[in-house]
Design a binder for this molecule. Structure first.
Ligand code: 7LV
Length: 334
């Protein structure tokens, strides 16, 4: 096994498998130079077959998406047979499991999480991306109880911008918008809004608004747009669900309106901040110093190399040292 993983064994110590999804295996690992924990998504190119383009889509999207509620891509290693994606580790696991173990979340805990989801999705839409597979399984919790959006294999960046129509029917049926399962052309961002309605319903109730073992009945329920309203739901949350789960996308609330909806701002008083908290343009001086000393090159050379964002060992070392700095630990390489 080791020789297959030799490409990353030099900089990472692989630990246990933490999950596997379809054509990928995800292992916990330690980035040796910084000691930071990461997740490494390992894919076999032969086994991927026709799914290889999805991986390229995910990698390209994640290289452009830098947001505190989107799982960070640190490094990509490609060998003749394998693709490795080194990713931000989320110790809290899937939001899905969190909801199941708590049965359902309170209005205020749902609000805290849902604001983070809206922040990540609004940021994606502002860059012209639609996620298209929003569900609790694709939202991970990090050690600070922050949500991180994952799995960008189905995301789309329509050529002509967000108004451009998409055609491929994808994502998970229970979260899919009516226009998407009707096989009509649809707007990615509008379909994401519907999925967020299903997500919010799942947070508040602990079960799905539209559910059926038979796919035909499930589709009928989705197209009807009718769902139960349990008596524990607050009036404002019911109003918001109604605006998210509009069968006709032209009556569905827009993400801009969502940011300042009364249920979203209750208790918090401020609309959702969707801009990224990550500083992408200016490189951090402390990290440059540590890296240039460690690599025995001038700061100028280091700055030039880092600005190429090759998502190689250097990009990973930069992001992981920056993460150490922001969590108050020494910016030191071992
Ligand atoms: C059900 N899915 C299709 C796969 C599942 C694999 C394990 C993973 N995981 C878990 O399930 N823990 C319980 C631990 C865990 C911890 N940190 C993670 C960090 C990143 C990712 C990750 C996984 C995939 Cl497939 C991605 O595309 C991206 Cl962008 C990120 N998964 C992590 C992860 C969650 C998803």
């Amino acid at each position: 096994v080791v020789e297959e993983y030799s490409a990353i064994a030099s900089h990472y110590r692989l630990k246990e498998t933490i999950g596997s999804g379809g054509f990928a295996k995800v292992k916990r690992a330690v980035h040796l130079p910084t000691g930071e924990t990461v997740a490494i998504k390992i894919m076999d190119k032969v086994a991927l077959g026709a799914d290889l383009p999805r991986v390229k889509t995910e990698i390209q999207a994640m290289k452009n998406l830098h947001h505190h509620h989107i799982c960070r891509l640190y490094q990509v290693v490609e060998t003749s047979r394998k693709i490795f994606m080194v990713l931000e580790y989320c110790s809290g696991g899937e939001l899905f499991d969190y909801i199941v173990q708590k049965d359902r979340l309170s209005d205020s805990e749902s609000r805290t999480f849902f604001r983070q989801i809206v922040s990540a999705v609004c940021y994606m839409h502002s860059l012209g991306y639609a996620h298209r597979d929003l569900k609790p399984e694709n939202l991970l919790i990090d050690e600070d109880q922050n949500l991180k959006l994952i799995d960008f294999g189905l995301c789309a960046k329509p050529r002509g911008g967000m108004e451009d129509h998409l055609y491929t029917c994808c994502g998970s049926p229970a979260y899919a918008a009516p226009e998407l399962i009707a096989g009509k052309s649809y707007i990615g961002s509008e379909a994401d809004i519907w999925s967020m309605g299903v997500l919010l319903y799942a947070l508040l109730n602990g079960f799905l608004p539209f559910d059926d073992d038979n796919i035909g009945s499930l589709y009928r329920k989705i197209k009807s747009g009718k769902y139960d309203v349990p008596d524990w739901l607050s009036k404002e949350s019911v109003a918001l669900l109604k605006q998210l789960l509009q069968v006709d996308p032209k009556y569905r609330i827009t993400v801009e309106k969502l940011l300042s909806h009364s249920w979203m701002t209750a208790e918090m008083g401020v609309p959702v901040e969707w801009q990224s908290k990550y500083q992408n343009t200016v490189l951090d001086e402390d990290v440059i110093t540590e890296l240039s000393v460690h690599q025995k090159v001038s700061r100028e050379t280091m700055r030039t190399e880092l600005s190429k964002w090759k998502y190689d060992f250097l990009t990973a070392a930069y992001f992981l040292l920056l993460k150490k700095k922001t969590s108050g630990r020494a910016v030191r390489l071992q």
